[in-house]
Design a protein around this ligand. Structure first.
Ligand code: 5GP
Ligand code: ZN
Length: 110
């Protein structure tokens, strides 16, 4: 198995708090939440980040984004922010593409 933390989560080797799952997408709560609600949405397939998406992988990105909408509805989020960090200079620490859903009181402005 690869050294990737999120691939290990997909494989069930590292436990997670799943909030949504389908054939291609997994969403789980961030271990170190930066907001009242902090969910990570990932493709089960290892893709490094948005910048590295190959032409044939765009349908998977679409499935991730559709999942974000569904999760927000499922969690009854009144409003939310979606972030995907790209590369070290973009603040990416885990190099398996993931989309943060942040919601709740006192979401900082920027
Ligand atoms: P990044 O900085 O790469 O955009 O975000 C990585 C996120 O993954 C961080 O918010 C961090 O708290 C979260 N994270 C890192 N390791 C784990 C883990 O083992 N389990 C979960 N649930 N979240 C993790
Ligand atoms: Zn991975």
């Amino acid at each position: 198995m690869s050294d990737c933390i999120f691939c290990k989560i997909v494989a069930g080797v590292i436990p997670n708090t799943t909030v949504f799952e389908d054939d291609q997408v997994l969403a789980f709560r961030d271990i170190d939440p930066k907001a009242e609600t902090h969910i990570l949405v990932i493709p089960k397939q290892h893709i490094v980040n948005l910048a590295s998406v190959q032409a044939h992988e765009w349908p998977l990105v679409q499935q991730v984004l559709q999942s974000i909408k569904r999760i927000a509805e499922q969690e009854n989020l009144a409003g939310y922010r979606v972030i995907t960090n790209n590369g070290e200079q973009g603040g990416q620490e885990v190099f398996h593409m993931h989309w943060h859903i942040l919601a709740g009181k006192n979401l900082p402005g920027f």
